[in-house]
Design a protein around this ligand. Sequence first.
Ligand code: CU
Length: 114
Amino acid sequence: MAKASKTSLGAALAALLLSGAAGADNDVVEVEMRDYGFHPAELEVEAGTTVRWVNTEKRTSHDVYFVDEERGSQRLFPAEHWERTFDEPGTYPYRCRPHESRDMQGMIVVVPTE
Ligand SMILES: [Cu+2]
């Protein structure tokens, strides 16, 4: 009996720890890459948030490139994704290099954590 309740306490603790991990997952925000655009094109997030770009096209590939910083993703094929965590508040404009001529661009605005 005593052993059983100890086990359930352990399970409760494990569940608590897991829910903490799920909370961290909530700090991932998705941007869809489709129709030669980023959706949403402009996104405001709190510092520490991870943004995940997901290519939901059927056959077109895109990338995510921060021109000012000269950094970004590899080319992302359909169903592929790429992530970046933004720790510093600021404005982060980016574009898709293969589709510059189509004005495929976006912006991440990172605000301080409340
Ligand atoms: Cu593109």
